[in-house]
Design a protein around this ligand. Sequence first.
Ligand SMILES: [Zn+2]
Length: 153
Amino acid sequence: MVATDVSKAQVMEWLASVPDPEIPVLSILDLGIVRDVDVQSTVTVTLTPTYSGCPATEVIESSVLAALKQHGVDDIVIKRALSPPWTTDWISADGREKMRRYGIAPPTPSKQVACPQCESLHTERVSEFGSTACKAAWRCRDCLEPFEYFKCL
Ligand SMILES: [Zn+2]
């Protein structure tokens, strides 16, 4: 199969199955990092990395290559678009809901971070850094559950 046989919609559907390596319940589409897909003689996927220096970027790029190759697309160009920079606003509503169900508080511009378990706003930050630099460790004072907060950017 040559690249011209596939449609952009088809490529988007395949990309929807590529997980974020840090939060595997989220696809890279949920995360909002796929800026553009162009299907010409080659398939060009433009990605905007999340937090700069996040090691996830290279993992995501190789996952995208693998996902498209698996569907017979060999002519692939991956571009990185650094401007405008990714912001947590690009995470889809669906993605935020998946994040909450996974137990991670989605980014909020509010200082009050809601507990993903019981939705209480009676929460406190334990540490600026959680399991990765993108997340902070929080704790709920009502249900006493620790949780991670995906930091707003
Ligand atoms: Zn709670």
